[in-house]
Write a protein that binds this ligand. Structure first.
Ligand SMILES: [Zn+2]
Length: 53
């Protein structure tokens, strides 16, 4: 994956990029919608892992 693409939708990042902390590392997304989607995906993943224990 290229570093210059959105972590959620894979479109190219421009000046409006947003940094989002996911699981201790920072990724960049193209817009607030993608930031929210990533946070929700991470929260869902964490919930599954917690339920798995
Ligand atoms: Zn995006």
């Amino acid at each position: 994956m290229k570093e210059n693409t959105c972590a959620a939708c894979d479109c190219e990042l421009d000046a409006t990029r947003i940094a989002v902390k996911i699981g201790g590392r920072t990724v960049e997304v193209c817009c607030e919608e993608c930031a929210v989607a990533l946070r929700e995906a991470e929260a869902a993943t964490r919930a599954v892992q917690t339920a798995d224990k």
